[in-house]
Design a binder for this molecule. Structure first.
Ligand code: SF4
Ligand code: SF4
Ligand code: FES
Length: 264
């Protein structure tokens, strides 16, 4: 029989409250999702009150502040703090984005933070990216060639390079694999095991249109499948959520166009 209620152990409960050590004029409350595989407890939201005069301006600064000064068990990913590595992707104030690029002062009221949605949670704010990474490997994201390698390098015209980089730097080569797009896509929520999702399809397109790659036909053949590509219904959540302003929905539409041309 279908189950219409959440299993008991998945309900997010009210957690602990951590008042700021030093009160001031500029206080903000952060509600952080917590869950650990090491105990039987339900997930919870812990409240951390932060004096913003004691931390940097971005949401990532606040999370690092919590880990350094309040609760060292808080678990999250981050590396570059410059919007380049993609590892600090999470859901902040209801939107998937990069914590290092999200100014705290853009959020009105409490700052609610959860892991990227619809992925299993490893711990706290860390989602399990095994499936998206396996899907990335499946599109073989490297240059495939059959012709003999030139003595120096495979050249590309500035026009062909621009197809990858975009005239405004927002071409598909700018993808940092943060998965904000895929985890905001309803089709990926429901069919994430079979539909490749916008992040992977944008990367597939990046290799399909690379003038140096010699496996275009093979790459398109691989995507000819009722689920891998065609589960995109152009809902556009993906493009709206990309923190690098890329356009995965357009990339998917371009792949579909190439499919039609190939069949014609
Ligand atoms: S446009 Fe396609 S990939 Fe993007 S959110 Fe919609 S269904 Fe998902
Ligand atoms: S397309 Fe944008 S949102 Fe999607 S993985 Fe790449 S950088 Fe992240
Ligand atoms: S820490 Fe690298 S993108 Fe945010």
């Amino acid at each position: 029989m279908a189950q219409f209620t959440l299993p008991k152990n998945s309900k997010v409960q009210k957690g602990n409250h951590f008042p700021a050590e030093n009160q001031g004029e500029n206080m903000k409350n952060f509600k952080l999702y917590r869950w650990s595989p090491d105990d039987e407890d339900n997930p919870r939201y812990d409240d951390f009150e932060i004096n913003l005069d004691e931390c940097g301006p971005m949401v990532l600064d606040a999370i690092i502040h919590v880990k350094d000064k309040v609760d060292s068990t808080l678990t999250f990913r981050r590396s570059c703090r410059e919007g380049i590595c993609g590892s600090c992707a999470m859901n902040i104030d209801g939107r998937n984005t990069l914590a290092c690029l999200k100014p705290i002062n853009e959020v009105k009221g409490d700052v609610k933070i959860t892991p990227l949605p619809h992925l299993p949670v490893v711990k706290d704010l860390v989602p399990d990216l095994s499936v998206p990474y396996a899907q990335l490997a499946s599109i073989q994201p490297w240059m495939k060639t059959e012709t003999e390698a030139p003595t120096r390098e495979r050249l590309q015209s500035p026009e062909d390079a621009e197809k990858l980089n975009g005239s405004d730097g927002k071409g598909p080569a700018g993808c940092i694999l943060c998965f904000c797009c895929s985890t905001s896509c309803p089709s990926y929520w429901w069919n994430g095991d079979k539909f490749l999702g916008p992040a992977i399809l944008l990367n597939a397109w990046r290799w399909i249109i690379d003038s140096r790659d010699e496996a275009t036909g093979e790459r398109l053949d691989e995507l000819e499948d009722p689920f891998k590509l065609y589960r995109c219904h152009t809902i556009m959540n993906c493009t709206n959520s990309c923190p690098k302003d890329l356009n995965p929905a357009k990339a998917i539409a371009e792949v579909k166009k190439l499919m039609v041309q190939k069949q014609g």
